[in-house]
Design a binder for this molecule. Structure first.
Ligand code: EPU
Length: 417
């Protein structure tokens, strides 16, 4: 197992380029199942979660080849309709193959994903939506077995805003008979990216990015080429890396408009953000001010940035209140941040972070993807050496992060344990 060794206290400076979005690539890969043919997906980040999705597609019979950040997926040869527990348990998003398999072949059997470190994460709304489209669903032996003739358009109103649920039903409804209306839909930019890819395949989807998505079912789709959007969470993590180290960096290929909620909070905290010719400059102040955040569905403050923002608040000039409203157990990083000397208390879904003068390097353990990022950020700002173990979590979602940070002047290396 690899670990990262960080010698903290270096101000980050220079330029960094954001990779393609993990959370847009995953559903797009699943959507390729909807039609037979060769798809070329570019700007794909090189990550463990992408590899897992490729394994799922391979296990269904698809031919997948990668060349750098371009992945070619030929779905003509798909001959299995089952995604097994071994694959789905390592990455929940692989459950998104269910709807596309069902829409194309009329049958699918996919393992239930189970919970994960940040919460129970049920898929009840995905299944309820597929049933509303006419699928017969049976839960047996830990698997979802689904069947249908052709799915039929329906009006679906989500109880809670769900990114995966909205994506799943958009895919399933693309070739359903008639119109589907998704109400109280999630509005994340990754949903817009998926809709654009589906429309490139011939789907007729309007309103993605708003809370009402209208899908006119078409009889067939065809394979398509697509370039994935930049990863907004990776970009946000670099913004905080600059802020927490007292740095001054330029971020290339990011879309600042996808990170408004984070940018406003960073500005409240005193960080200077300027954007010119598509390059975003982040300049840290002498002292970061404390600000409160509440995670919310997009366009609110992203839960995927909560842990990293908390790391920044550990060194702010006052107390900050951080509420997590999306996942019930997303404070696993708190006890690790405390090992750096952070002053944090938790009550229910709220943490209070009292800024301290300095953090000191420590051995810490990553517990999930974004928690890993927060520990690295704390390590970059801490005095002395930190060791972050279990970084396989990090490799799920950040492409070459230690190389990118080293390029900005950080002293961070990966070593084999
Ligand atoms: N929920 C239900 N029932 C459902 C679906 C969701 O109760 O059927 C609940 C969840 O338990 C959660 C809330 O609704 O409390 C929101 O979950 P959502 O479905 O929006 O999350 P997701 O689609 O499983 C995606 C990202 C996550 C990100 C969340 C929220 C991907 C592959 N994953 O998950 O990303 O945190 O949206 O923005 O897109 C990450 O990248 O580190 C990550 C965890």
């Amino acid at each position: 197992m690899d670990k990262l060794i960080i010698n903290g206290g270096k101000k980050l400076n220079g330029d960094v380029t954001v990779s393609g979005s993990k959370n847009a690539s995953l559903p797009i890969f699943c959507a390729t199942i909807l039609a037979p043919g060769m798809n070329q997906i570019s700007n794909v980040p090189f990550l463990r979660d992408i590899n897992t999705t490729i394994k799922v597609l391979n296990s269904l019979g698809a031919q997948v080849e990668g060349n750098g950040n371009v992945v070619r997926i030929d779905t003509s040869s798909i001959n299995s309709h089952e995604a097994t527990y071994d694959l789905v348990k390592t990455m929940r998003a692989s459950v998104l193959v269910l709807g596309p398999l069902l829409a194309r072949f009329g049958q699918a059997r996919v393992s239930l994903p189970g919970g994960c470190a940040i919460g129970a994460r049920p898929i009840n709304l995905h299944l309820k939506g597929l049933q509303a489209l006419g699928a017969e669903i049976v839960l047996e032996h830990g698997y979802v077995a689904a069947r249908c003739k052709r799915l039929k358009g329906a009006r679906i109103n989500f109880d809670v805003s769900t990114v995966g649920g909205t994506e799943h039903l958009m895919m399933a409804a693309a070739t359903a008979k008639g119109e589907t209306l998704l109400e109280n839909a999630a509005r994340e930019p990754e949903i817009v990216d998926l809709a654009q890819y589906l429309n490139r395949m011939g789907a007729r989807i309007e309103g993605a990015g708003t809370d009402t998505v209208r899908i006119q079912g078409v009889t067939e789709l065809s394979a398509a080429n697509y370039e994935v959007m930049p990863d907004r969470i990776e970009a946000g993590t670099f913004m905080i890396a600059a802020a927490i180290t007292g740095g001054d960096i330029r971020i290339h290929r990011m879309k600042l408009e996808h990170l408004d909620a984070l940018a406003f909070k960073l500005q409240d905290a005193g960080i200077e953000i300027t954007s010119r010719d598509g390059i975003v400059r982040i300049k840290a102040p002498k002292k970061v001010h404390s600000v409160n955040i509440k995670t919310r569905p997009y366009p609110g403050f992203p839960t995927d940035m909560q842990a990293q923002f908390m790391a920044l608040m550990c060194l702010a000039d006052g107390a900050s209140v951080i509420s997590e409203n999306i996942f019930e157990n997303r404070f696993m990083h708190v006890s690790e941040l405390q090992r750096f000397g952070a002053d944090i208390t938790i009550e229910g879904n709220t943490s209070t972070v009292k800024g301290v003068k300095k953090l000191s390097g420590a051995p810490v353990m990553a517990t999930d993807l974004r928690a890993s990022a927060s520990l690295i950020l704390a390590g970059l700002a801490a005095e002395g050496t930190s060791e972050v173990t279990r970084i396989y979590h990090l490799d799920r979602g950040y492409e070459s992060i230690e190389k990118k940070l080293a390029g900005l002047g950080a002293d961070v290396v990966r070593v084999k344990e």
